[in-house]
Design a protein around this ligand. Sequence first.
Ligand code: ITT
Length: 198
Amino acid sequence: MKIIFATGNKHKFEEVKKLFEDTDVELLSLNDFSVKPNIIEDAETFEENSLIKVKTVFDFYQIPAIGDDSGLTVEQLNGAPGVYSARYSGANATYESNNKKLLKELEKFPQPHKAAFVCAATYYDGNAVITAVGRLKGEIIKEYRGQNGFGYDPIFKPEGYEKTLAEITLEEKNKISHRGKAFSELKQLLIEKGIIDR
Ligand code: ITT
C-alpha cells in the first residue's frame, strides 16, 4: 500500500524508508509531489505537531500518511530548542547555524550537557490516528565529530556510546534513535491492526 511520509527532510525519509523495507508499504515523501500542502506546525508539543503534519497531508492527497515531529531537548536550557529545533537560530537557520548557536548557549554551563532527542511518529488515514513516541538520551559535546546523519547528530553522543550519531551508520542509528524507536513501534502497531503487512 502507498503511504506518504509527511516530510521534506531527505535524511528522515532515508531512515524511515529503511525501517519499512520489510513491509508491503510503498513509502513516498513530499519530495515526490510537485504540488504540496502548506503545513503550519504551530503546536507546542511534538505529538500535536506530528498530528498536524499527517492531517494536512492526508486531507490534501487523500492518501494515508505518516509523519514525524522531532527535536532536541537540553536539560540546562530547560528543554530548548525542543519543538523549535529546526528553526533554533532563526528563520534562515541551517544545521550549521543551529549547532553553532547551541554550543554558544551552552558555553556558560558546565559539562556534561545532558540532552535527549524526541520523536513523535503519527499515522492517519482519515479514520485511525496512531502515535508512538521515541526518545534517545545523551549529551551535547563541544566538538563536531562524524559526517553521517543530519542536524545535531555531529555534536550528540548517545548515553553509553563513545561515538556521536554522525559517526555511526544509518542502520546503527535506527536501532537506538528516537526516530528508529518511534517508527518501529508505529510499524508494529500498524501490523497488529492489520493496516499494513510484513
Ligand atoms: P519535516 O518537518 O519536513 O519533517 P524538519 O527537518 O523541519 O522536516 P522537524 O520540524 O521535525 O523536521 O524538526 C526537527 C529538527 O530537529 C531537525 O531539523 C533537526 O534540527 C532536529 N532533529 C530531529 N531529529 C534529528 C536527528 O535524528 N538527528 C539530528 N537532528 C535531529
